[in-house]
Design a binder for this molecule. Structure first.
Ligand SMILES: [Zn+2]
Length: 256
């Protein structure tokens, strides 16, 4: 596959494992692929229901990587709504230190009122909230957010940029559910690179709301890039998906 001239990955995870994290960094640098990252755990394991202390440690690891690779690594703060006001303080701490967004995973559905003060803190910083959504074939996790939960949050905070991760896996259903909410973006990460998926979400949401992401290193990143490279879209649309939309959303290069 030809290397794209410019690329920015909106959805990466630091694994908290020195060797794996170093391998991914070498890969990203080799591809000249700056990225936005959150850490969801430690020692290579992901924590769906982290303690508050685990969140702080994970975010500290991201802050460290940001300091080591300025203008290349952009942090997203991982919190669990279970920690209520402490989570809000953690969001303020991390955004205050230069992180660019907030990551919510599967601890609590995002239409739960405990999400609201976190969303309000993100809004203060004009920072996007990246929300995991994954409509797998089997039953989803009890507190995993479906696109409808994300829509409820987006309607409550119409000025808050929200990224629905993975195009919700079932991309037709996901894009259809969020199409009417202009503050919901999708990232292309994670699901299988099915033919027509990128074209479909661009058609439903408009190209400005579609961002390339990989969910690496837990996914085959080149396979994730190939999904966008192989899509039957114009070169200017491909540029937007591959890096321009993400840079605009994160306010990079004076874009905000
Ligand atoms: Zn992810």
């Amino acid at each position: 596959m030809k290397k794209p001239a410019s690329i920015f990955d909106i959805h990466v995870h630091l694994l908290g494992n020195a060797q794996l994290d170093a391998e991914f960094m070498a890969f990203a640098q080799n591809w000249d692929m700056p990225f936005a990252t959150s850490c969801l755990g430690s020692q290579g394991s992901m924590l769906a229901y982290p303690t508050f202390e685990q969140c702080v440690a994970a975010n500290d690891a991201v802050l460290e990587q940001m300091a080591q690779y300025p203008d290349f690594v952009y942090g997203f703060c991982y919190v669990s709504q279970q920690h209520e006001s402490s989570a809000v303080e953690e969001v303020r701490r991390c955004l205050g230190k230069g992180m660019r967004g907030v990551k919510l995973w599967v601890a609590v559905k995002v239409d739960d009122p405990r999400t609201f003060p976190i969303a309000e803190a993100a809004l203060e910083y004009n920072a996007p909230v990246l929300i995991h959504s994954y409509l797998r074939r089997e039953e989803i996790l009890p507190e995993e957010s479906k696109p409808d939960h994300i829509v409820a949050l987006a309607r409550r905070y119409p000025d808050l940029p929200i990224i629905m991760a993975h195009m919700a896996l079932r991309w037709q259903e996901g894009a259809d559910a969020v199409a009417e909410c202009p503050n919901i973006y999708v990232d292309t990460s994670g699901c299988d690179p099915e033919l027509g998926s990128v074209e479909y979400v661009i058609d439903r949401l408009g190209v400005d709301r579609v961002l390339y992401g990989s969910d690496g290193p837990g996914r085959d990143v080149l396979c994730q890039i190939a999904r966008v490279m192989a899509a039957d879209i114009s070169e200017s649309d491909r540029e937007k998906v591959l890096h321009l939309n993400a840079k605009r959303l994160l306010g990079l290069g004076g874009a905000k």
